[in-house]
Design a protein around this ligand. Structure first.
Ligand code: URP
Ligand code: ZN
Ligand code: ZN
Ligand code: ZN
Length: 510
């Protein structure tokens, strides 16, 4: 049992226990509505040793099985957050949530897996991978890795191959912003896209024009605008739209799939919609902050309040949120992440005199499942099955770990939540599990409550009590050539030319 201090848990009791001995290995979830992305039905779910054994009505079990009553509730795959930054060194500091506190928060909010971004060390992917392997030692749930590419040479190209073939990484992120630190050139992006394609790895982009952002920032400072509002003013939606369009066209030129992370604006969303309309394989990921918040917070006269909303691309004016919600309901955008990247108010205060020094990032890993349920399902914008698709299944499919993850099927991992649609949730910085002293959703209430979280077949969250075993998290390897690559070769220019070639020969021989 912990008291406030080392991890800041206070309201909620937290037991740092070896749950192998305290949590049963055989569980029956009885009488709930089992929801998968493809189907829902009233059924029981029987779990043994971390795996789902059976899903059907009226399962009979022995008395050594723990029975959880789920009647009137939804039994769904645990959330998978495709976009987090735990223990990330960024903008001269490190996020307050690491692989222990961030994952503890995730479990309390119904998320049972996340995919984090490994940042290379001096451009070295192997050194980055080793450093992240150390960071995850105290992890309490399953996780996977994307990897950022920050420079280009023969060694990086070879290491990408090693990461895919031996380290279980099947996606690489290219930052088109953060000039002077993570930003890459178009030339590097092109080479990276070619390499990704040859490896069957998914290319991901942070799409903002980093050169123009630097220019916009300089203009704001020249005008004497140094507060958090300068963050939004210096990098308008236009620059997100431009970079999204550029990345989409380069991916089309190379003929490889593209994943656009944190789509924050109508401008970027419309580029994705147009590319999809033309048949291009582009995935757009909105994040909770972009779907729910608007930029008015950045004008709050209290610096601490305003600074907590600083992230990139910026949270946009009201209207962008509604458009992103609609795009998510209609399938233009396909899954929801958080970009959980937490800095406390002391760290945010590094930028008290200059918005360019405010560490970028907001929380969300604990709040995502509740907020998206309330925003999208409770309002009738999407079905319950689509909720499962956008919070879990689609992520598992894209990153090629379905149906081990993202489904309630016999043989799938027992990562499951029980959500009571008639109960309510309330978010507060005082009771959340993040180590941050602030929460961008502080005070929000809504309908639908994750009452139980089962991770690796163990009850880790129930009745407001979190039980997590340090070091129990497993690294989930993600194999290359996921579904986005299926049949892709058939649309390659070389392949098309080879089809046309005999026609030319036939003509010239006449
Ligand atoms: O502000 C943000 N998004 N911080 C995390 C790094 C990134 O760009 O994803
Ligand atoms: Zn502790
Ligand atoms: Zn980013
Ligand atoms: Zn991010």
């Amino acid at each position: 049992q912990e008291t406030r201090g080392d991890h800041g848990f206070c309201e909620i009791r937290f037991q740092d226990v070896n749950s192998r001995f305290s949590s049963p290995s055989k569980i029956l979830i009885k009488g709930g509505t089992v929801v998968n992305a493809h189907h829902k039905e009233v059924a029981d779910v029987y779990i043994e040793d971390g795996v789902i054994v059976s899903v059907r009505p009226n399962i009979k079990v022995d008395c050594d099985v723990t029975v959880l009553d789920a009647s009137g509730k939804y039994v769904m795959p645990g959330g998978i957050d495709p976009h987090t930054h735990l223990a990330m060194e960024f903008m001269g500091t490190e996020t307050v949530d690491d692989f222990f506190s961030g994952q503890a928060a995730a479990l309390a909010g119904g998320t049972t897996m996340h995919i984090d971004f490994v940042i290379p060390v001096n451009g070295s992917l192997s050194a980055g991978f080793d450093s992240y392997a150390k960071k995850t030692r105290n992890s309490v749930m399953d996780y996977g890795f994307h990897m950022a590419i920050t420079k280009w040479d023969e060694a990086v190209s070879k290491e990408m191959e090693l990461m895919v073939k031996e380290k279980g990484i099947n996606s690489f992120k290219f930052f088109m912003a953060y000039k002077g630190s993570l930003m890459i050139s178009d030339e590097l992006l092109l080479q990276g896209l070619e390499k990704c394609k040859s490896l069957g790895a998914l290319a991901m982009v942070h799409a903002e024009n980093g050169d123009a952002v630097a220019e916009g920032q300089r203009k704001m400072i020249d005008l004497g605008i140094t507060g958090p509002e300068g963050h939004a003013l210096s990098r308008p939606p236009l620059l997100e739209g431009e970079a999204t369009a550029r990345a989409i066209r380069l991916a089309k030129f190379v003929n490889t799939p593209l994943y656009v992370v944190h789509v924050m604006s109508i401008d970027a969303m419309e580029e994705i919609a147009n590319a999809k309309k033309s048949g291009q394989r582009v995935i757009g990921e909105p994040v909770v902050s972009g779907l729910i918040l608007d930029d008015s917070w950045l004008w709050d006269p209290d610096f601490t309040t305003a600074a907590k909303y600083v992230m990139s691309p910026p949270i946009r004016k009201a209207g962008h949120d509604k458009a992103l919600q609609a795009a998510l309901s209609s399938g233009v955008l396909q899954l929801v992440g958080t970009d959980h990247c937490t800095f406390n108010s002391t760290q945010k205060a590094f930028g008290i005199d200059d918005f360019r020094k405010i560490p970028n990032g907001v929380n969300g890993i604990e709040e995502r499942m509740h907020l998206i349920w309330d925003l999208m399902v409770e309002t009738g914008r999407i079905s319950v099955t689509d909720y499962v698709r956008i919070t879990s299944t689609e992520c598992a499919r894209i990153f090629n770990i379905y149906p081990r993850k993202g489904a309630i099927l016999a043989g799938s991992d027992a990562d499951i939540i029980v959500l009571n649609p008639n109960s309510t949730f309330e978010i507060s910085a005082a009771s959340h599990h993040s180590r941050s002293d602030t929460n961008v959703y502080d005070g929000r209430k809504g309908k639908g409550k994750v009452e139980i979280t089962i991770s690796q077949g163990r009850v880790v969250w129930q009745d407001g009590v979190l039980r997590a075993e340090r070091g129990s998290g497993r690294y989930i390897e993600m194999p290359p050539f996921g579904y986005l690559f299926d049949g892709l070769g058939k649309t390659d220019e070389n392949y098309l030319s080879s089809l046309r070639a005999p026609v030319r020969r036939a003509k010239s021989s006449v």
